[in-house]
Design a protein around this ligand. Sequence first.
Ligand code: ATP
Length: 140
Amino acid sequence: NERTLAIVKPDGISGNYTISITNIILQSGFTIQTHLTLHLAQDTVTTFYAEHSTKTFFPSLINYMTSGPVLIMVLEKVNAIADWRTLIGPTDARKAKITHPHSIRAMCVEDLRRNCVHGSDSHESAAREISFFFPGYAVI
Ligand code: ATP
């Protein structure tokens, strides 16, 4: 088994997608190992998305991710990292609607910035992101 970090972002929570997303997670064979609802502080988002700190969209990403509470979860199953990325769909939720109509981002349909959910994109980032929010949890 493998673990990954999933986040229901502020637009996912305020749009009332949490229950639908949780159902998709469980129906897809993941177990939710632990979870946490937090209203992220600017510093936390800055550290979490440090790889994007030089991008022009960084200030808007910080604004978005601090705009309301988020639900952070550790998901576990065989091939969890890649399978969760497939389930959430492409970064641009408007494009996801066309190319991946059954993806979670297509369901929430916002835009390139507000895309409802996050998923770790590699084993390395899953390890970093899981221990960032849940110290002591391993990626397996
Ligand atoms: P995430 O890391 O949140 O799972 P991702 O890996 O699909 O998303 P990244 O390229 O890592 O996409 O971008 C991180 C986040 O930054 C995106 O989810 C989105 O919220 C925001 N973002 C990315 N590109 C843009 C952009 N061009 N304009 C505005 N926001 C953007």
